[in-house]
Design a protein. Structure first.
Length: 336
């Protein structure tokens, strides 16, 4: 479904048997009451979960399922997911598996979710120590994007979303590399349009859709490791680091113009200005690569660039080269 910006949101409650609204504690304090009014679903059953990546797990999904069962939700029920990527990912997963699938709508409240997580039909939860190991492909009925939610978004969260936005600049449209904290809202539609177009051509990630993982191979590994420390990274922060490593690999392995890497390195400290980086254990980080869903024969596959807008996927890298790329980008940010 095409993402859209709407000044007023309405749910056609006559077309569903019940409406459930999933959000987290932080978003609930700011937007739950107003959103229910704007949707016209004041009687929706609220499901409020703990905020944070650490709660994107099976226990939280069970909480959602239990609420649906307690209220006798049938297959015509609707689940509205109001929140960031954690809420849209696990809410979509819960909806797609309850009674083999009920309808759900995503209303992203973070920049990252608006340009990435809420779009494209991927749902999932973390399992054990690895991200998004359990999930489904299931399209939301609608993705309703309204920049008004960004008014209350912390600066760190905005920077996290900006990193995902820059990803589209590297793989598809260099104009998006001009996005910054001040102008990022004007690029939301374009970023969403790029992802929607790629997903339409390859919904199950057999080929082209893999380019959306640019920066995510090492990024996910760093994010997963950071969750075990006192200073967990936001998803976009980890992707920012992962893109730095991917650009270095692209220069070394694919002949990417080194100026692209150096320009990005100049921006990297600002993208990570709100993060506390504690990534000193390269072995532990590299260990998470074994969980990467893109692996083939146990070997990680990278998305690299031959030039801006010319990504290549399924690039197998030797372990020692991956280590060098990881150590390179960590040193860059530690030297900031």
């Amino acid at each position: 479904m095409k993402p859209m910006i709407r000044e007023s949101l309405r749910v056609k409650s006559s077309e569903v048997s019940q409406v459930f609204l999933l959000t987290d504690e932080n978003v609930a304090l700011l937007w739950l009451s107003e959103t229910k009014k704007r949707l016209g679903v004041e009687k929706a059953v609220e499901i409020i979960i703990k905020p944070g990546e650490q709660y994107k797990n099976l226990q939280t999904v069970q909480q959602i399922w239990e609420t649906l069962i307690t209220h006798h939700a049938d297959r015509n029920a609707l689940l509205v997911n109001l929140g960031g990527g954690v809420v849209t990912d696990l809410g979509g997963f819960a909806a797609s598996t309850y009674k083999r699938g009920i309808k759900f709508i995503n209303i992203p409240t973070t920049l990252l979710a608006m340009v990435d997580a809420a779009i494209g039909g991927k749902t999932g939860i973390d399992f054990g120590e690895a991200k998004n190991q359990i999930g489904t492909f299931a399209e939301a009925e609608e993705v309703l994007i309204d920049p008004v939610f960004l008014e209350t978004l912390p600066r760190r969260e905005t920077l996290s979303g900006l990193s995902e936005m820059l990803k589209y600049g590297f793989i598809a449209d260099a104009d998006l590399l001009n996005a910054n904290l001040e102008n990022c809202q004007q690029f939301i539609h374009r970023a969403a349009e790029i992802k929607r177009g790629i997903v339409a051509k390859d919904p199950k990630e057999k080929g082209l859709r893999k380019i959306l993982n640019f920066g995510h191979t090492l990024g996910h590994a760093m994010e997963s490791h950071s969750i075990t420390t006192d200073h967990p990274l936001l998803h976009g922060e980890a992707v920012a680091l992962g893109m730095g490593a991917a650009l270095w690999l692209s220069v070394e392995q694919r002949g990417l113009d080194a100026k692209v890497l150096h320009r990005y390195e100049e921006r990297l400290p600002a993208l990570l200005a709100e993060a506390k980086i504690n990534l000193t254990d390269a072995d532990a980080i590299l260990g998470y690569l074994t969980f990467d869903k893109k692996n083939k024969g146990g070997k990680p596959q990278f998305v690299l660039l031959e030039a801006l807008g010319k990504p290549v996927w399924d690039v197998e890298m030797e372990p020692e080269v991956v280590r060098t790329a990881l150590e390179y980008v960590i040193k860059k940010i530690q030297d900031r």
